[in-house]
Structure formats: structure tokens, C-alpha cells
Design a protein around this ligand. Structure first.
Ligand code: NAD
Length: 497
């Protein structure tokens, strides 16, 4: 039996043990062993954290922008120097291979780097002489105490998407990480503290639905950022907005990769395998549907199946592994049930990941490729969030666009083609938030913002980048004039220029 670590909270600049008496298991998914017991916060513990965040708010709001910037630079230094430690923590609780975890840390750092430019991002506008002797300027002020609720699949990157901008903009934060892999968030809180962030500005409250509901109903929480599955995103959006909070809630996905007849098929096959099976398909931007247009279907399926045979699946800490286990035994069984169901619904299971066997009790499943999939089949309609790639065959570009646009999810999409006109028409017509042209996982770089459409995002503001500075600030516009007392007169007319 591995040692079992007690995982508590981070409140007011210190680790604190949970007091609710409720705990959850944290597994090493590669071995199936329980390695940690995470505290699940009670409403009272949440209240203590919110009180700490509230108390820290005036001081942090008053902290000069140059000092806030210094925290970002120092944080970048700390994370860069110790990124291997953070990557190993991610792998130990999530299961993804260490190189993938390191990639997650690098992508998360982009947000720290963007926020190091906070002096620029928080600038207002100024118009002199908008009317005679009248000037107008705008400022951005923090929203208050904000809550960030994150999913299991990016235990460091998604917290960095949210908390970095929230803090840069002068807010104080309650971070509620996934209870499946909570340690990366605690590591980040300690790194922020070491970087000079005052106590109480960032608090990590571990927990489940009870803590989340406490956040959604808390009078002192002004805004909620959420990333997770669609049903929970919708719930968060409705309940928090109903309580008068500002909300952005990103949900699930079913990302299509359209391959046109003129595409380079070897390149497309490489991209499909990488984007479908990387991180065991547990990425919100994973490709889960390959849309083969015209005659590309047969050769493409063959090329993908060939590449799948060469994949090495194993413990994420083993450098030879390219794909690790699923997050839980339930997630693994759920994935297997979709493959089983697909055959019953008339699809063709070309590669059946259930046939691959693994030693030990880890939550492993092999990669699956399912051909002749159509809308109306569960394997197509639902988010699987595992290493299953469905192939839908269509005859034309127009059919491909319609298929994607009819889907309830609209997070990411890609087109593979060598024809600029098709790419341009696709970009114009497709109803999806993030589009890749010969790029299978088009996650925007940190200077843009991340978000889907339809059931992949509730609210209107995307995560990180410029839109995040809008989400985490309240904009105020000031109109001023300094008239001579002699110019004053009563005028009941509507002010015009
Ligand atoms: P999840 O919805 O189960 O959990 C997300 C968060 O919500 C966790 O912190 C969890 O504790 C909390 N939660 C879970 N059930 C709850 C409930 N009933 N009431 C209140 N809170 C609850 O998601 P997950 O399994 O951790 O993550 C995977 C999902 O996240 C996938 O659907 C994936 O597509 C999605 N995701 C989306 C994006 C995006 O940017 N759109 C990014 C990453 C992950």
C-alpha cells in the first residue's frame, strides 16, 4: 500500500487541515491505489476562506501595478525553475504522461506571461475636449472576491487560466479545484505566496458539490469562473447568475476534424492520432470525430489504424509511455461502454481498445477507432472524454459543415486541406468558437482568449487573454469639467454637446 497523504486547504496564506469530517479519495490512476485523502469543505470552511479573501481585498486593490507585476515575474521564475516538480504532481494524480503534464505547465505559464503585462491590460481610455471644457476617461476596477471552479483534466493550466488574470486585475480569489487531482492547485498557491502575493489574495478550498453550492450562494462572491462538463456548467451559470453574480461557465465538447480530399493524408492521420489519443482523450479540445470528405475515408482509416498499433500506453512516469490511464475506474468503464454500444448501433469498430490488456489495477483502456458513425448514435451525440475516435463519412464540404453546425457542442474544430478557398469558406461558415486550419487542437495562445459556442460556453466572456481582463474588471467612465463659477446656470434640458 502506498502512503496516503492528507490534502487540506490553503487559506489566508497557509495550509490548513479539513475540519468537515468529509473526505474524498485521490488515486494514482496508473496503479489504481489511493494515494491521498482530500478534505471536502463544509459551508463553514468556505465561509472562513471567503472572509480571508474579503479582508485581503482592499490591500490588494491598493497595491500598485508595478508591485503586482513583480509578483507575476517572480511567479514565472518559480514555476519555470520547478516545472518538473509540478508536472510530476500532475501525473501522479491525473495520470497523463509527464511530457504532456510539462506541456500543460508551459501553456499555463503563457497566462502568467500575459499578465506580467497587466499595466498595459488595465489601461483605460482618455478623450480630451469631448465637449468644450469636458474630458472623459475610463478606468477598470476589480470586481471583488471571485471564485474559480476547475475540472480534473488540466489541474494546473485551467487554474492558471483563471486565477492569474483575476489576481492581476486586483481581485481576491477562492479556487475550488477538482477533488480528483487537487495537489497542483495547492502547489500553485504556495508558489504565488513565495512570489510575494499577500496572504488571503488566493485561497484554495477543496471540496465537492457542497463547496460549489456554497460559492454559488455566497453573498460575498461577486463572480464565478467555471470549466467542466456541460450539465454542471449550465447549472453553475443558472444558479450563480440567478444570485446576481457575473458568470462564465465553459462546458464539454465534441470536436470535429474535417479532412478534405486534397489534404495531405499522412499529415492528417498523424494529427488525428495525436489529437484524439493524447492525454487519453481527456482534453476539452481533443478531436473526437473525424469527418472524412469523399474518397479519403478508406485510406485515412487505414493510416490511423496503422499508427494506433505503434502507440505505447503505460504509466505516465515511464518516459516511453505516450498515453496514460483514465482518471478513474468509472471513467474507464464509461469509455468501454461507448465502444460496446457503438457496435450495437451499427457502427464499425475498427480498433477495439477494450481488447488491449494491462497488468496491475491502473485505470487503463486501449485506444478505439469507430467507423461509419452517424448522428443519432450515442457514440456521436455524447461527449465520451476518452481515447475513442469516431469517423463520420460525408460526400461534400457542405455536408461536413452542416454536420459540425448541427452539433450541440461547439468548442473546437479543424479543417485539413491544401486549398485556401475551402479553408476560408470553412472559417466563415463554421459555428464553433475555436477553429484550426491544418491545426488539430487550436487552443489560442495566451494573448487571445479561449472559449466555445453553444453548449460549450454559458455566458459570453471567454477565458484568459484580453476577454479575461474584461470579466475580472468593472469598467467605469468618468466625465469631468471644471467650469468657472460664473458659467453656472440652471438648465433642465437633457445634456447634449
Ligand atoms: P465536472 O463538471 O465533473 O467537474 C468540474 C468541477 O465541478 C469540479 O470542480 C467539480 O468538483 C465540480 N462539480 C462536479 N459535479 C458538481 C455538481 N453536481 N454540482 C456542483 N459542482 C460540481 O468536470 P470534470 O469531469 O472535472 O472535467 C471534465 C469535463 O470538463 C469535460 O466535460 C470537459 O470537456 C470539460 N472541460 C471543458 C473545457 C473547456 O474549456 N470548455 C476545458 C477543460 C475541461
Amino acid at each position: 500500500m502506498a502512503d496516503v497523504t492528507q490534502i487540506g486547504h490553503w487559506i489566508n496564506g497557509a495550509r490548513v487541515a479539513g475540519e468537515s469530517g468529509r473526505e474524498g479519495d485521490v488515486f494514482n490512476p496508473a496503479t489504481g491505489q489511493v494515494t491521498g485523502r482530500v478534505a471536502l469543505a463544509s459551508p463553514g470552511e468556505l465561509d472562513t476562506a471567503v472572509a480571508a479573501a474579503r479582508a485581503a481585498l482592499p490591500g490588494w486593490r491598493d497595491t500598485g501595478l508595478t508591485k503586482r507585476t513583480a509578483v507575476m515575474f517572480k511567479l514565472r521564475e518559480i514555476i519555470t525553475a520547478r516545472s518538473d516538480d509540478l508536472a510530476r504532481i500532475i501525473t501522479s494524480e491525473h495520470g497523463k504522461v509527464v511530457s504532456d503534464a510539462a506541456g500543460e505547465v508551459t501553456r499555463g505559464l503563457e497566462n502568467v506571461e500575459f499578465c506580467a503585462g497587466l499595466m498595459h491590460h488595465l489601461k483605460g481610455d482618455y478623450s480630451e475636449q469631448i465637449s468644450t471644457g469636458v474630458d472623459v476617461h475610463s478606468v477598470r476596477q476589480p470586481v471583488g472576491v471571485v471564485a474559480c471552479i476547475t475540472p480534473f483534466n488540466f489541474p494546473a493550466m485551467v487554474p492558471l487560466w483563471m486565477v492569474t488574470t483575476a489576481i492581476a486585475a486586483g481581485n481576491t480569489v477562492i479556487l475550488k479545484p477538482s477533488e480528483r487531482d487537487p495537489s497542483a492547485a495547492l502547489w500553485l498557491a504556495e508558489a504565488f505566496s513565495e512570489a510575494g502575493l499577500p496572504d488571503g489574495v488566493l485561497n484554495v478550498v477543496n471540496g465537492d458539490k457542497e463547496a460549489v453550492d456554497g460559492i454559488l450562494d455566497h453573498d460575498d462572491v461577486a463572480a464565478v469562473s467555471f470549466v467542466g462538463s456541460t450539465p454542471i456548467a449550465q447549472y453553475i451559470y443558472e444558479r450563480a447568475a440567478g444570485n446576481g453574480k457575473r458568470v462564465q461557465a465553459l462546458g464539454g465538447a465534441k470536436n470535429h476534424m474535417v479532412v478534405m480530399p486534397d489534404a495531405d493524408l499522412d499529415g492528417a492521420a498523424d494529427a488525428a492520432v495525436s489529437a484524439a489519443y493524447g492525454s487519453a482523450g481527456e482534453r476539452c479540445m481533443a478531436v473526437s470525430v473525424l469527418v472524412a470528405v469523399g474518397e479519403v475515408a478508406d485510406p485515412l482509416v487505414e493510416k490511423i489504424a496503422e499508427r494506433m498499433k505503434k502507440l505505447t500506453i503505460g504509466d505516465g512516469t515511464d518516459e516511453a509511455s505516450e498515453m496514460g490511464p483514465l482518471i478513474t475506474a468509472e471513467a474507464r468503464d464509461r469509455v468501454a461502454s461507448y465502444v460496446e454500444g457503438a457496435a450495437g448501433e451499427g457502427a464499425t469498430v475498427v480498433v477495439d481498445g477494450r481488447e488491449k490488456t494491462f497488468d496491475g489495477d491502473g485505470f487503463f483502456v486501449g485506444t478505439s477507432l469507430v467507423d461509419n458513425v452517424r448522428p443519432g448514435m450515442k457514440v456521436y451525440d455524447e461527449e465520451i472524454f476518452g481515447p475513442v475516435l469516431s469517423v463520420v463519412r460525408v460526400d461534400t464540404f457542405e455536408e461536413a459543415v452542416k454536420l459540425v453546425n448541427d452539433n450541440q457542442f461547439a468548442n473546437g474544430v479543424a479543417i485539413f486541406t491544401r486549398d485556401g478557398k475551402s479553408a476560408r469558406e470553412f472559417e466563415y461558415a463554421i459555428e464553433v468558437g475555436m477553429v484550426g486550419v491544418n491545426v488539430p487542437i487550436p487552443v489560442p495562445v495566451g494573448s487571445f482568449s479561449f472559449g466555445g459556442w453553444k453548449k460549450s460556453l454559458f455566458g459570453d466572456t471567454h477565458m484568459y487573454g484580453p476577454e479575461a481582463f474584461n470579466f475580472y474588471t468593472r469598467r467605469k467612465v468618468v466625465t469631468s469639467r471644471w467650469p468657472e463659477p460664473t458659467e453656472s446656470q440652471v438648465d433642465l434640458g437633457f445634456p447634449t454637446h
